[in-house]
Design a binder for this molecule. Structure first.
Ligand code: ARG
Length: 260
């Protein structure tokens, strides 16, 4: 339990909205981060993010676009925003570097990815552990992905205080486009995105979940970061799956930035 060198994607806490999901349990998603932004007098939850190592988190570029780094605060190891008594506490970190993808396009949300470097490294503990970055995403289609966050429980709905989780199948981009078309939207969804959701809707990420992780579990039980929550039209509508930034496509960019 003291050797954290090779822990990525592993749960250590034994037990061990999102729309249509359920409350998570403590320590189930130890890479989940609440990305907060200073508003008037306090930091409020704005987006999700995921922990990559002791110095870096990953989120969506649209969450940090034109926000001064000094206005951002990352809260790691959080579970129930309203509870002060949890098995392990949270850690908070200020942001030293915001590296948004140079090709991020706020009009199309293409390249919706940003890396955040902390001022001070975090100490891993059972509720604060990094997720694995995949080398490829072969065989992801049809697999169950898990999406987590403190976003709205339905479109224009309330925000939960307990971290929510939902499972959705990964779908092919061509199918994702044709689903949107049958819903009346002509969306071009290039391979830098990865879609997940059901044809009938009902289960999805929503506003406030953006930037958070979509993970898949490998046969060896470790969790891989397949996507970062980017966009959707409404939340959990039929034929309108959630659209995520496809992390395997950005492996080299991520590794380059993480050298800093
Ligand atoms: N872009 C939204 C945000 O800023 C959420 C995106 C996910 N939407 C969806 N229907 N899957 O939080």
């Amino acid at each position: 339990m003291t050797d954290y060198t090779d822990v990525c994607g592993r749960r250590l806490w034994p037990e061990a909205r999102i729309v249509g999901g359920a409350r998570s349990t403590f320590g189930r998603w130890p890479w989940q981060i609440s990305l907060r932004q200073w508003r008037t007098s306090t930091y409020l939850h704005k987006c999700g993010a995921a922990l990559l190592n002791e110095n870096w988190a990953i989120t969506a570029a649209h969450c940090v676009d034109s926000v001064p780094p000094s206005d951002l605060l990352l809260r790691l190891g959080e579970h129930d925003l309203a509870s002060e008594e949890e098995p392990y506490g949270f850690q908070e970190r200020r942001v030293q570097i915001v590296a948004s993808h140079p090709q991020f396009d706020p009009r199309t949300f293409e390249y919706d990815l940003a890396l955040l470097r902390f001022y001070e490294p975090v100490t891993f503990q059972p509720n604060i552990l990094p997720v694995c970055v995949p080398t490829d995403d072969e065989g992801f289609i049809g697999k169950t992905a898990y999406v987590t966050g403190w976003g709205r429980l339905y479109e224009d709905g309330p925000l939960p205080s307990v971290l929510q989780e939902v499972s959705v199948p990964v779908i092919e981009n061509s199918q994702c486009e044709s689903m949107y078309r049958s819903a009346g939207y002509v969306e071009h969804i290039p391979h830098i995105f990865i879609c997940a959701g059901w044809k009938k809707g009902g289960f999805d990420s929503c506003e406030g979940d953006s930037g958070g992780p979509m993970v898949l579990q490998r046969p060896d039980k470790r969790f891989l970061l397949a996507g970062v929550i980017s966009w959707g039209i409404g939340c959990a509508e039929p034929n309108q799956p959630g659209v995520y930034t496809r992390i395997s496509q950005f492996r080299h960019w991520i590794n380059q930035i993480l050298q800093f």
